[in-house]
Ligand binder design. Structure first.
Ligand code: SAM
Length: 284
């Protein structure tokens, strides 16, 4: 048995398998092996998944598992697991349960005492976040904004005050309206990015302030699948390296020490004492 197949040796497990979000090459080796080896694949839409399975010569039988039948499917899957069979869950694209069905199923399977094993891979919000250039030290995944009403207003107010990046999904039909709503809630100057058609031929990142991104999509009608990322309201504090770079420009080097520290502190919005002690360290 190969090392990467070790997790398959135990029977009676549910595997949560991520599949590509556009580029078929993003199917992991372990995902293919898992889908080949399990006894049954629970799929959000068996017609959609049959294309992926035939591409990878996977002939494992499928069972439909969507939002409306999750509870009854959970019962069937528990019977399979009790009989020592293993099962995989996949969605139409990306990581199951991330704005896709499966949450109730996973809970039921865990409650019944069986292991649930993730087989990680493509996930559009994470792919967008990893390449958009906004802070990633802390982020909130929002999914789709409510289409209207109080819930939408409340979420937008939360975004206004947010001190970290927010990751949203949006349909191309509603993107411009959402961007306009965000701009009219005091957020027009906020850093943002629209990540479109990730991993596909027409993958694009449109980055800038929310006002700039909104203008872009008012002029170029959005198409394809979209992740919208909104940067934090509060600017993060400059790092020591950034302050050292700011202190080392030719203009700054021409100034006396105290003035130099004062100018950099003002420009970077940090305390003068912090810049001055950095300056002393540099001199040493
Ligand atoms: N579970 C999926 C995942 O892990 O990416 C997300 C499923 S959610 C129902 C579908 C939404 O995800 C799309 O409407 C779009 O907002 C986003 N999405 C999926 N694939 C994408 C891609 N290739 N590029 C950009 N956004 C994508």
């Amino acid at each position: 048995m190969k090392a990467e197949d070790k997790h398959l040796k135990e029977e009676g497990q549910l595997f949560i398998v991520a599949t590509p979000i556009g580029n078929l090459g993003d199917m992991t080796y372990r995902a293919v092996r898992t889908l080949q080896k399990v006894d049954l694949i629970a799929a959000e839409d068996t017609r959609v998944s049959s294309k992926l399975l035939s591409h990878y010569a996977i002939s494992t039988p499928m069972l439909a598992c969507h939002e409306h039948n999750e509870t009854s499917v959970a019962k069937k899957i528990i019977e399979h697991l009790q009989a020592g069979r293993s099962v995989a869950l996949i969605s139409d694209a990306g990581t199951p349960l991330i704005n896709d069905p499966g949450y109730r199923l996973v809970r039921e399977i865990r409650k019944a005492g069986f292991s649930v094993v993730p087989v990680p891979g493509a996930c559009s919000p994470v792919a967008a976040l990893s390449a958009c250039g906004l802070p990633t030290d802390q982020f909130t995944y929002v999914g789709f904004l409510p289409r209207g009403g109080r819930a939408r207003g409340e979420l937008i107010s939360e975004l206004e005050a947010a001190a970290h990046t927010h990751v949203l999904l949006e349909s191309p039909r509603r993107l411009v309206k959402t961007l306009e709503d965000l701009c009219s809630s005091n957020m027009s100057g906020r850093e943002a990015c629209v990540a479109r058609e990730l991993t596909k031929l027409h993958e694009t990142f449109v980055c800038g302030t929310l006002a700039e991104v909104a203008l872009h999509f008012q002029e170029h009608a959005p198409r394809g699948e979209i992740v919208l990322l909104i940067g934090p309201a509060i600017e993060r504090e400059a790092t020591d390296d950034e302050l050292i770079t700011a202190l080392s420009t030719p203009e700054m080097l021409a100034l006396p020490p105290s003035k130099r520290a004062g100018s950099v502190a003002k420009a970077c919005n940090v305390s003068k004492s912090r810049v001055y002690s950095l300056f002393l360290e540099m001199e040493r």
